[in-house]
Ligand binder design. Structure first.
Ligand code: ATP
Ligand code: MG
Length: 213
């Protein structure tokens, strides 16, 4: 990462698998906030994920790499995948701060559903003080609820949180996994290269033994 780059978007997620919803919010926010880069950070072992067995880090990283490779503003980092134990966003941002230099500004990109959970994140006070939060609209999550939550967080932590309306895509990784399991099409919900990767490695088909690398 060059020292010249000052404004980084941080796009965290389980990305199991990465899909068009993730890419659209990252690009829209990059454009609106004039970010120099958006770094996709596949989650290692996040505290918020349900008990579902998450696909191996390697597969999720490879899919995110394939999905982001054609956008010169997108980068990917395995910083969370390399960390042992439960991974917290605060530790990730602190680590990034160290390697990006003092001038770097961080914009944490999140969908409306994740924003609604923000109060439960580790050291949220500190997190809001070292990076700006940008919440993207997501189908199924009412704008009024998001605005109420944003106001609550802003007054509790005395920090501004941005909300951005992005083109609505009713796509989720859960739906994609279920579609694949049920033999339904996932075309255009994610990049073709990611679909090809899923087919090649027989991911999300249950009953079928997964290729583990
Ligand atoms: P899952 O169904 O497994 O929870 P997901 O589609 O929600 O997967 P995540 O990896 O959990 O994807 O999400 C990473 C980030 O992207 C979160 O902040 C989430 O709110 C946001 N996000 C995911 N899909 C969309 C979408 N279609 N529109 C807006 N934001 C989204
Ligand atoms: Mg999710």
């Amino acid at each position: 990462m060059s020292n010249q780059i000052k404004k980084y978007g941080i796009m965290g997620g389980t990305f199991d698998p990465i899909h068009a919803g993730h890419l659209v919010i990252a690009e829209e926010i990059r454009y609106k906030f004039n970010l120099d880069k958006v770094i996709f950070i596949p989650a290692g072992n996040p505290p918020h994920k349900d008990s579902r067995k998450v696909t191996s880090s390697n597969h999720r990283y490879q899919m995110a790499l394939l999905a982001t490779i054609s956008n010169p503003y997108f980068d990917i980092s395995s910083i969370e995948l390399e960390r042992e134990g439960i991974t917290y966003t605060i530790d990730t941002i602190m680590e990034l701060k160290k390697c990006c230099g003092d001038g770097a500004e961080f914009y944490f990109i999140t969908g409306a559903d994740s924003l609604l959970q923000l109060s439960t994140w580790k050291d949220v006070d500190k997190l809001l003080s070292i990076c700006k939060f940008v919440a993207a609209t997501r189908p199924g999550f009412q704008m009024s609820k998001i605005e109420t939550k944003v106001k609550e967080l802003e007054s509790k932590y005395n920090r501004s949180i941005y909300t951005v309306t992005v083109p609505a895509l009713q796509i989720s990784s859960t739906d994609i996994r279920n579609r694949i399991k049920n033999g339904m099409t996932v075309k255009y919900l994610l990049p073709e290269s990611v679909e090809a990767y899923i087919i090649k490695h027989k991911l999300y088909q249950d009953n079928v033994e997964k290729d583990c690398i």
